[in-house]
Design a protein around this ligand. Structure first.
Ligand code: ATP
Length: 334
């Protein structure tokens, strides 16, 4: 039986985790969940929101499913999400973004994969207070990390039958940092002649995405632009409630939804578990449980096609009610 770390998180984390676990359990796949707590709730007892036991568990198991953990704005601890990605060297953030059945959006046939560098840029946390009225953040970009993520994007494109990789920067302004990221992408592109290569500035990319998203295939971005553009892409397909994600490194992978802990709706059984479920489906594919992954996806899509939706998509289902509807359909498939 495969042992997988489950990080339950906070805010809507526990509700969506419970829904997703119930669905996975009903698919017949056997998983030994190694449940780990993290975030604000463990600080009092363990003096840190990300205890070493969590890192150790993911390293040992090689795979984790993670629900959101709140990042407090301003002073305090470093983001659990950022620290986890850094400590486990989960250098690639992969966010496939495509229309799901039954969810009407402005554009049909959106099918974009966001590949975001996950370890540096403004997320490196190199900040300093110059004086009371001045603060600085360092935007750190290295050749090694930029080449590694570019290779990931091109290899992903090749393996998944994608046609183009488009690198997104602001290299006309951040000439050295984004310029280096762009150059590494250019050099890598030369080694993948089968895949088309395109360059775009991030501001133009955002405008093009809202006007004509169907022109894009795989997007390759440094950390911060990747964060922002992937939320934009989530908006194109129906919002954060359905946007899946994965953080991938050489030795382990952590699957998690794009959204945060949504404190505004936490504890109300209102959250949409689809983003977490889609992330879990990719996790099942990653561990080779392709049949269970396929069945769960089919049941989810049938549920959405039947017009059953949570409030964020204009429906009336609760989080647990939506999960029950998926399980009902899953039982017919099995
Ligand atoms: P973070 O900084 O951790 O990414 P955030 O405050 O930017 O968090 P979210 O917590 O993702 O953003 O929430 C943004 C908005 O999207 C909120 O109004 C929230 O209620 C909504 N939202 C996020 N996830 C879901 C979900 N699974 N189901 C329904 N609504 C959601």
């Amino acid at each position: 039986m495969k042992r997988i770390t489950l990080i339950k998180g906070d805010g809507i984390g526990p509700e969506i985790s419970e829904a997703v676990l119930k669905i996975i359990d009903s698919s017949g796949v056997s998983i030994d969940w190694d449940v780990q707590t993290a975030g604000a709730d463990v600080i009092a007892e363990e003096q840190t929101p990300l205890p070493d036991r969590v890192i150790k568990s993911v390293m040992e198991n090689g795979v984790a499913l993670k629900s959101p953990v709140t990042t407090p704005i301003g002073k305090g601890f470093r983001s659990v999400n950022v620290q986890l990605r850094k400590e486990l060297d989960l250098y690639a953030n992969l966010r496939p973004c495509y229309n799901l059945p039954g969810i009407k959006t402005r554009y049909d046939n959106v099918d974009i994969v966001v590949v975001r560098e996950n370890t540096e840029d403004l997320y490196a946390g190199i900040e300093r207070q110059i004086d009371d009225d001045t603060a600085e953040s360092i935007k750190r970009i290295t050749r090694a990390a930029s080449t590694r993520i570019a290779e990931f994007a091109f290899n992903y494109a090749l393996k998944n039958n994608r046609k183009e990789v488009c690198v997104v920067t602001k290299a006309n302004i951040c000439k050295l940092s984004d310029g280096l990221f762009l150059n590494c992408a250019r050099e890598t592109a030369e080694r993948f002649p089968q895949i088309r290569f395109r360059e775009i500035l991030v501001d133009n990319c955002c405008m093009q995405l809202v006007q004509n998203p169907n022109q894009f295939d795989v997007l390759l971005l440094p950390n911060l632009y990747g964060d922002i553009v992937s939320d934009l892409c989530a908006g194109l397909i129906g919002g954060l409630g359905i946007a899946q994600g994965a953080n991938i490194g050489e030795d382990c992978a952590v699957f998690e939804p794009v959204h945060g802990s949504a404190p505004d709706i936490a504890g109300q059984n209102k959250a949409n578990p689809t983003a977490m479920l889609m992330s879990a489906i990719e996790m099942l594919n990653y561990i080779g449980a392709n049949e269970a992954a396929f069945k769960i996806k089919t049941a989810l899509f049938e549920t959405l096609r039947a017009g059953i939706k949570t409030a964020d998509l204009g429906g009336e289902s609760s989080c647990s009610g939506f999960a029950d509807e998926i399980i009902k359909r899953l039982r017919c498939i099995i």
